[in-house]
Ligand binder design. Structure first.
Ligand SMILES: Cc1cc2nc3c(=O)[nH]c(=O)nc-3n(C[C@H](O)[C@H](O)[C@H](O)COP(=O)(O)OP(=O)(O)OC[C@H]3O[C@@H](n4cnc5c(N)ncnc54)[C@H](O)[C@@H]3O)c2cc1C
Length: 400
C-alpha cells in the first residue's frame, strides 16, 4: 500500500503485522481496517524457530503451503545428565516453517490493507475515536488493536499493565548446515540450568543435516549457546563443526495472563497480551486463537451502530478459552525455573518408569498441555522421593 501523507479514518486500526495482527486481519477481511507495520517488509526481522502444531493450524483454518521446511512427529527431552525421554507419535504433529515466508503467506490476502514503514508513536482517545500518531500524519479509528509483539511500548502508554520482566527471557538461535546425526522427525529439547537456566535449549531439524539450534536463558543467552554448542556431552560433537548461516535473537514470552487485555475500544493481542505458552514460549497458534475470538467480538460491537464500543468480552472469552491452560503452564514453568539439575534427572527418570512416553503420545497436544500436566501432578511417585526439596521449589516458584 502506498504511503500518503494524509489523515485517514478506519473502523479498526491494527498495530503490527506479525502473526497476531495478520491472523486478525484475515478474519476481518470484509471489514474496514488498516494494519500499520513499522518495518518495510512483512516477516522481518525474524525472531522465531518456526515450530507450529499441525492441529493448531487446522483449528485456525490456515495451512501454509510455501513456507513449510519439515514435518516432525515428536520430541526427545534430554535431562541435564543425558537421560532421554522420547515422545513420538505415528503421525506428523508439527511443521517447521520459515517464519518470514509464513508471515508473508499470512499477509497475502490482506496485503493491500497493510501500510509498511509506518511506526505508530502514540495513540490517544478523543471522543469516540482513536488518533494514532505517526511520522506520516495521523490515522483515525473507532477500534485500536495493539499487536506490537514483545516490546510493550504502546500497551503501557495505553494504560495496560507492564508484564513481569523475569518472564520475558532473552533468546538466541542459529541456523546450522552440516549438522551430524539428526533425526528429521524429532525435535530435541535439552533441559537443565547448566545449559539454559530458566528455560531449555532446542535443536529443530530442517532436514537430515540442517537445524535451528537455540535457547532462552535468564541472562546472557549468547554465552550459554556457545557453551551448549561447544560442550554439551550429547549435542556438541554433532554441532561443533557445523556452519552457521543465520543468527537471530528475541524474547520468549512466558508471562501467561498478566492483566487486562481489553479496555473499552482497545485490545491487546499476541505476545503483548501474554498469549504464548509459558512452557515453551510458542505464541503463533495462540495469537491465531485470540484473533478468532477478537474478530467475533469486534464484528458484534461494530454491528451495534451508534453505541459505545466495548470489547471487554474478548478478554472474558480469552480467559474462559485458555485461562486454565495458561495458568497450569505458568505454574509448570515457574516450577521448572526453580528446580535443580539433579531433580530434573530424577524426574525424567521417574517419568520413564511410569510410562510417560506412552501417556504423552496418547493424550498430548502441543497447544493444550493441561491434560498431560494434570497426569503428571496426579502421579505422586514422580515427586514423592523428592518432596521436601521440590516443595520448597514449588513454593519459591510463586515468589519470583
Ligand atoms: C527465539 C524465538 C523462537 C520462537 N519460536 C517459536 C516457535 O517455534 N513457535 C511459535 O509458535 N512461537 C515461537 N516464538 C514466539 C513467536 O515468535 C511469537 O509468539 C510471535 O511472533 C508473536 O506474534 P505477534 O504478532 O504477537 O508479535 P510479533 O511477531 O513480534 O509482531 C509484532 C509486529 O509489530 C510491529 N510493531 C511493533 N511496534 C510497532 C509500532 N509502534 N508501529 C508499527 N508496528 C509495530 C513489529 O515490527 C512486528 O512486525 C519464538 C520466539 C523467539 C524469541
Amino acid at each position: 500500500m502506498s504511503l500518503k501523507n494524509t489523515s485517514e479514518e478506519y473502523d479498526i486500526a491494527i498495530i503490527g503485522a506479525g502473526p497476531a495482527g495478520l491472523f486478525l486481519a484475515n478474519y476481518i477481511e470484509d471489514l474496514n481496517f488498516i494494519v500499520l507495520e513499522e518495518h518495510e517488509e512483512v516477516g522481518k526481522p525474524l525472531h522465531c524457530a518456526g515450530l507450529l502444531s499441525l492441529r493448531g493450524l487446522e483449528r485456525l483454518g490456515f495451512i501454509p503451503q510455501k513456507s513449510i521446511q519439515n514435518k516432525v512427529k515428536g520430541a526427545v527431552f534430554v535431562s541435564p545428565s543425558g537421560l532421554k525421554l522420547i515422545v513420538k507419535s505415528r503421525r506428523d504433529e508439527a511443521i517447521v516453517v520459515d517464519r518470514e515466508y509464513f508471515d508473508k503467506e499470512l499477509a497475502k490476502k490482506v496485503i493491500d490493507r497493510i501500510k509498511l514503514g509506518v511506526k505508530v508513536l502514540n495513540a490517544v482517545r478523543k471522543g469516540r475515536r482513536w488518533i494514532l500518531k505517526t511520522r506520516r500524519g495521523n490515522i483515525y479509528s473507532k477500534i485500536l488493536v495493539d499487536a506490537e509483539g514483545f516490546r510493550y511500548n504502546l500497551s503501557v502508554k495505553l494504560g495496560f499493565n507492564k508484564p513481569p520482566k523475569n518472564l520475558l527471557l532473552p533468546a538466541i538461535q542459529v541456523e546450522l548446515e552440516k549438522v551430524k546425526d539428526l533425526d528429521e522427525e524429532l525435535v530435541e529439547i535439552y533441559l537443565g540450568n547448566r545449559w539454559a537456566p530458566g528455560f531449555f535449549a532446542w535443536i529443530i531439524p530442517l532436514s537430515s543435516e540442517e537445524a535451528r539450534v537455540g535457547l532462552a536463558a535468564k541472562s546472557q543467552p549468547q554465552v550459554y549457546l556457545k557453551n551448549f554448542l561447544d560442550k554439551h556431552p550429547i549435542a556438541s560433537s554433532r554441532l561443533r563443526t557445523a556452519k552457521i548461516r543465520r543468527v537471530l535473537g528475541g524474547r520468549v514470552v512466558l508471562t501467561g495472563i498478566y492483566g487486562e487485555i481489553a479496555k473499552g475500544s482497545s485490545i491487546l493481542i499476541g505476545d503483548v497480551a501474554g498469549q504464548a505458552k509459558p512452557t515453551t514460549g510458542g505464541g503463533v497458534i495462540y495469537s491465531g486463537i485470540a484473533a478468532q475470538i477478537a474478530s467475533t467480538v469486534i464484528r458484534d460491537e461494530l454491528s451495534k451502530n451508534g453505541k459505545d464500543i466495548r470489547l471487554e468480552k474478548y478478554d472474558k472469552t480469552w480467559r474462559r478459552t485458555l485461562g486454565k491452560e495458561l495458568f497450569f503452564m505458568k505454574v509448570a514453568r515457574l516450577f521448572m525455573m526453580q528446580i535443580r539439575d539433579e531433580d530434573y534427572d530424577k524426574i525424567v527418570g521417574k517419568m520413564k518408569d511410569i510410562g510417560f512416553e506412552a501417556i504423552a503420545e496418547r493424550e498430548g497436544d502441543i497447544d493444550f498441555q493441561y491434560k498431560v500436566l494434570k497426569r503428571i501432578l496426579q502421579t505422586p511417585s514422580l515427586y514423592l522421593t523428592q518432596i521436601p526439596r521440590l516443595l520448597i521449589s514449588f513454593i519459591k516458584s510463586f515468589l519470583i
